[in-house]
Design a protein around this ligand. Structure first.
Ligand SMILES: [Zn+2]
Length: 282
């Protein structure tokens, strides 16, 4: 499933092809995504200029003067750029955005499982960041507001395990299952620890670990940018060498203790019993 780093790398790959460019046509072959693609989308976007391509959580925001196209990759979605013209569409190539102008190209949305989304938010309805899908999202991991104080304050009433709280998305967005296990390992925190028991010092380490893990994943993904152009096929996770994720029974890269796998809220969690503790040393 595409997580925040994949979406951010997608944004960086697409931005040079779309920002400042005009939409010549939108071809919708399949409207039945997670929600129906608006019937009038092609008419609404034709001839309009894309001002910026932004990201909020795992949503891409295609900013036009008259509104915002909100897209989400769901479970299996991906965007590809085809400079010039696109090859014939395959069974899962549901939408093309055709760009005219100096650098004509076709942006193609492929989504075999169709849990992705493409929604139109007109400017007269207010800021797209207040859209019901986006308004409840926690701060971005790279937002200065996501700091030790924020983590401390937002975990005082939370008795759920810190891993679960990270996944919930209201403390911080973009920490999916893989990055939650990796961040907690880096911070030395047992994923089963009740969130309200985190000390201030451990909140500091957790915030830093989340930023470090996501930054590295985006950097690794950055080396795959050219795969977004002309090619097809899906990327996996950007983390080249996980410390704990999917390494059950293998030795910890730090202390050689076998990595443990448990299930929390029906999702797998991986951790090192020795490197990650319930009680912080500070
Ligand atoms: Zn270890």
């Amino acid at each position: 499933m595409p997580e925040l780093p994949e979406v951010e790398v997608t944004r960086r790959a697409l931005a040079p092809f779309v920002e400042g460019e005009r939409v010549q046509a939108v071809v919708v072959r399949e409207r039945r995504l997670r929600w129906p693609v608006p019937a009038r989308l092609a008419a609404q976007l034709k001839g309009q200029r894309i001002e910026r391509l932004e990201r909020r959580g795992k949503y891409l925001l295609w900013r036009f003067a008259h509104g915002t196209l909100i897209s989400h990759l769901g479970m299996s979605g991906s965007w590809r750029v085809h400079p010039g013209a696109a090859p014939p569409a395959g069974a899962h190539d549901h939408v093309d955005i055709v760009i005219a102008g100096r650098k004509p190209s076709v942006l193609r949305l492929t989504d075999p499982r169709r849990f992705g989304a493409l929604l139109w938010h007109p400017a007269r309805s207010g800021d797209a960041r207040r859209h019901p899908l986006l308004s409840h999202l926690g701060p971005e991991p790279f937002d200065p507001r996501f700091d030790a104080e924020h983590v401390f304050r937002h975990t005082r009433q939370r008795r759920a395990a810190i891993k679960q709280v990270l996944l919930a998305g209201d403390l911080v967005v973009g920490v999916g299952n893989i990055y939650a296990s990796e961040s907690l390992f880096r911070a030395g925190i047992d994923p089963r620890l009740a969130a309200h028991r985190l000390t201030r010092a451990r909140c500091e380490r957790l915030a830093a670990a989340v930023r470090a893990v996501l930054t590295e994943a985006i950097e690794v993904g950055g080396s795959t940018l050219r795969d977004f152009v002309g090619a097809d096929g899906a990327e996996g996770c950007f983390m080249l060498e996980a410390f704990v994720y999917d390494r059950a029974g293998q030795p910890c890269r730090i202390c050689r203790t076998p990595i443990r796998r448990i299930v929390q809220g029906s999702r797998a969690t991986y951790f090192c019993l020795r490197c990650q503790t319930r009680a912080g040393r500070s």
